[in-house]
Design a protein around this ligand. Structure first.
Ligand code: AMP
Length: 283
């Protein structure tokens, strides 16, 4: 098992990536905040399968956390993350410090596209501004052919996709399916904040999406009716702090009144003090 090259200096990594590209080999990029689980590793596996050279990045990005969010406490375990990436045959790991990414005098930010406004954009102001900025910086430091993102953060994927289109970024943006725990809960680095009772409750996010898909398959077309069933599924499980439950067009993220074949269901809710999100296509 060859250990990946761990690089903290972006200009060093850029030279490595450029020389790989000059040899005509394709480069895949997997941006993460670390605390890696099977969801992250599924993106790495896809990149390793499709590209000659895979770079994973581990950076807990301060500019995407709100003032009352968990930046300081976000789980960090670089050693085990690098070991997991080595097992997947990752070629390089980029682990910059916040000071390296945001040096003295840093003041330029990306104004994210329109799809950043609803849902997560409303609940977590400035999150996507921080995400778009850091991802654009990563794209510039690591001139990859393909970048892999998870459907788990579907709105984030749409933000990156539109940013790449609008700013003519020479990278293909790919989305990979949500990896789930055996009981259906979407894997997330934040699941470790849940105590045993909350962990059992958290399954309701998955179940309310399943219920929505089931109703749609049975021919229910009325979005308000389906949303009502989703909410009561959450409330029955004791989840009362619901941020949003929405049925949307997968491209515009506009809410739909009538469910179509491509409609996506989105949910965000607090389980205890932990905010969880999930989604699935229900058409
Ligand atoms: P994060 O470390 O939370 O910033 O996530 C890094 C990448 O992994 C993002 O593109 C996420 O959407 C993706 N990801 C996180 N959890 C999952 C999951 N359960 N299944 C698939 N992709 C995921």
């Amino acid at each position: 098992m060859a250990a990946p090259r761990v690089v903290t200096d972006g200009s060093v990594l850029r030279e490595i990536v450029r020389s790989v590209s000059r040899e005509g080999r394709t480069v895949g990029l997997v941006p993460t905040m670390g605390a890696l689980h099977e969801g992250h590793l599924s993106l790495v596996r896809r990149s390793v399968a499709e590209c000659a050279f895979t770079v994973a990045t581990i950076f807990v990005n301060p500019t995407q956390f709100g003032p009352r969010e968990d930046f300081a406490h976000y789980p960090r375990n670089l050693e085990s993350d690098v070991a997991a990436l080595a097992r997947e045959r990752t070629d390089a790991v980029f682990t910059p410090t916040p000071d390296q990414m945001y040096g003295e005098g840093f003041s330029t930010f990306v104004q994210p596209p329109a799809v950043a406004r609803p849902f997560e954009g409303r609940s977590r102001p400035d999150q996507f501004r921080g995400v778009a900025t850091v991802v654009l910086k990563l794209f510039n430091l690591i001139p990859a052919d393909v970048a892999y993102f998870g459907q788990k953060d579907y709105q984030q994927f749409r933000v990156i996709q539109d940013m790449a289109r609008d700013l003519d970024l020479p990278v293909r943006v790919e989305v990979c399916p949500i990896i789930r725990e055996p009981d259906g809960l979407a894997m997330s680095s934040r699941n470790r904040y849940l105590d045993a009772t909350e962990r059992r409750r958290a399954r309701a996010l998955f179940l309310c999406l399943e219920r929505a898909a089931q109703l749609a398959q049975q021919g229910e077309r009325d979005a308000a009716t389906i949303r009502g069933h989703m909410r009561s599924q959450l409330e029955t499980a004791g989840i009362t702090r619901i941020d949003y439950v929405a049925l949307v067009d997968p491209v515009s993220l506009d809410e739909v009144h009538e469910v179509k074949d491509n409609t996506m269901a989105l949910v965000a809710a607090y389980v205890g003090g932990t905010r969880l999100i999930d989604n699935r296509r229900i058409g």
